[in-house]
Design a protein around this ligand. Structure first.
Ligand code: PEP
Length: 250
């Protein structure tokens, strides 16, 4: 049985006070309610230490991490520093990092290796642009991202990866992939994993959907046969909305 996962990506939002209160609201709500999925908050790195102290029902992860252990990389935080303070998970390859910070498949591969070495749970993001979708190149684009940064891993390591399919044209735009479009891509990703590894590994890999997922569309999207959860941006900033999305898996 694949794990169901709902993860919030807060991006560069919230004051420390707001972050603490959102994190504890979700933790408190989950203390008293039934939920059948793992829940994560990917938070700005400056808030990690504080939020890790109250890491209960909600796992706390970083939105980024640098592959080198230490050294002259001003402004960066290493995977080993993240794991040293108790961080559980890290997002790698978010489209905002690929596009705004020019992160290449090669750098992402190094990040994946470094994160696994530190026992961080890797949430690897992939997705196509609108142009690639419209030209029919969307499957090739996504599979290439996986091949270039993930498929070098030995089976034992690959089995620890969570994949988040996030069509770039759907992130923060209000445009959502239809449940059929999303599920089609998730199936293709699973086939590619089966091809690179085994059917068992493919069937056990959690593949999340991300891109303008909100309470009004979560039930349909997150219950598709090959969709195992959601990576949620905007809607994770409001406790009521995030809890409604988590409740999809009650
Ligand atoms: C994201 O940034 O990972 C994301 C899915 O954002 P949003 O839900 O706001 O589209």
């Amino acid at each position: 049985m694949r794990k169901k996962i709902v993860a919030g990506n807060w991006k560069m939002n919230l004051s420390l006070e707001e972050a603490q209160s959102l994190h504890s609201e979700i933790n408190d709500a989950l203390e008293t309610s039934e939920f059948n999925c793992e829940v994560y908050h990917f938070v700005p790195s400056i808030y990690l230490s504080t939020l890790l102290e109250s890491d209960q029902k909600v796992n706390v992860g970083s939105q980024n991490g640098y592959p080198a252990k230490n050294g002259a990389f001003t402004g960066e935080v290493s995977m080993s520093q993240l794991s040293g303070i108790g961080t559980k998970a890290v997002l790698i390859g978010h489209s905002e990092r690929r596009q705004l910070f020019n992160e290449s498949d090669i750098l992402l591969k190094e990040k994946v290796d470094a994160a696994l070495e530190e026992d961080l749970k890797v949430f690897f993001c992939c997705g196509e642009t609108l142009e690639e979708r419209e030209s029919g190149q969307y499957k090739q684009t996504v599979i290439k991202q996986l091949k270039n940064s993930l498929f070098h891993l030995p089976s034992k390591e690959f089995a620890k990866i969570v994949i988040a399919y996030e069509p770039i044209w759907a992130i923060g735009t209000g445009k959502t992939a239809s449940p059929e479009q999303a599920n089609e891509m998730h199936k293709s990703i699973r086939e590619a994993i089966e091809h690179a590894y085994t059917q068992e590994i493919a069937q056990n890999t959690s593949i999340l959907y991300g891109g303008s997922c909100k309470p009004s569309n979560a039930t349909e999207l997150l219950n598709q046969s090959d969709i195992d959860g959601g990576l949620i941006g905007g809607a994770s900033l409001k406790s009521e909305d995030f809890l409604k999305i988590i409740a999809t898996y009650n």
